[in-house]
Design a protein around this ligand. Sequence first.
Ligand code: AMP
Ligand code: MG
Length: 424
Amino acid sequence: MKQSETTEDLCCVDERTGERALIRVDDAIQQGIGLARPVSEVENLGLVDAIGRVLADDLHAPFALPPFDNSAMDGYAIRTTDLVGAGPWSLTVAGRVAAGDNAEAAGPVGPGEAFRIFTGAGLPQSADAVIMQEHVERNGDTIIIREAVSSGSCIRRQGEDAPNGALLLPKGSLIGAPEIGAIASVGLSQIGVFRKLRVALLCTGSELRQPGETLASGQIYNSNRFILMAALRQPWIDVVDLGAVKDEPEVLRETLTRASGQADIIVTTGGVSVGEEDHMVAQLRAAGGKIRVLKIAMKPGKPLSMGRLDNAVFVGLPGNPVAAFTTWRIIGAKVAAKAAGLVEKSPRGAVVKAAESSTRSAGRQEFRPARIVGVSKSGHPRVKLLDNSFSAKISLICNSDGFAVIPAETLNVREGDHLDFVYL
Ligand code: AMP
Ligand code: MG
């Protein structure tokens, strides 16, 4: 593996002051997660409504899965003790069990006998193997077997999927297709899930207009509201859409106070820098919030503020749309997941190779929009890193497949360097 040019000393340097005053992205994530108080209220829902929600308790198998020994194939249930000496062997077809039949009622397979059997049918008594129908010759009521099969062949044993009492799903699982399948397979018609996380969304900026309105000079359309609505559209989230407010301290404070009474998390965009029109932090504090402005060694998205206002977690994202989206994906979404009681199975990431070199200044961990352009000889996706000044360019993320993660210490990325990748 080629090494990038790295130096430990290069992390967390603020390019404006030259000081190592920034905190690492991982530390910011930990701080955010530490602020979240997971939802504890539980609701019991029918299975269809529970899809996409967060499981409120461990789910143990209330009986063995599968519940009885059964056939894995269409074929014949036999006694392998009948296959002694040199083959071929012939057996008499003396019974039949299909899926859904009561296998016990079919009685035992006698010596020299075979039962016709189908996938999913219970194994009749005394049989100890199933031979696939493709591996026998059938003449009337007789089958001829030319190759021996071992005891246990083509049988799915009771409990081999999950023994009685086994942990099927841990509390905090996101209920997707596999999980709802497991819940259904143990016969539950309802399941306890955490109530939805309430996320209040507020965009700030006197320049913002709603799409559909006419722009006056100096105004732009509010895209963050829609970017975040899209990112927040999850079955386990209820969005309280507070629209946009102007950069007016009083209005902002009132809106934030209202939001804290309605939501578990307040997500805002804009107004968190240090400009005269950036009132967010001051107004949160005036409303009684405990807020920290984090200077994160992250590109894009250095000005991020987090804290609490009453019972709500506050996540103040930067105003630039790409920065707002990226900081939400990389930091905010993890805070929301924690607050919703969600436990991620495993991080969703990949390792890619840089398709070409790219210069940059070290100091901040960079989440660079990147596009997959092929596959390397080693089997890694090859990615083209897009423009390195991107935090206000929405077209760049539209053109990318995800973010290539460039470590804070890395000076320049060289062609062939391995990088972590976060899919969009
Ligand atoms: P701010 O963080 O408020 O200083 O905003 C940084 C930049 O992002 C400015 O150029 C804003 O005009 C822009 N911006 C802020 N909020 C939005 C928004 N909701 N939609 C689009 N651009 C925004
Ligand atoms: Mg602003």
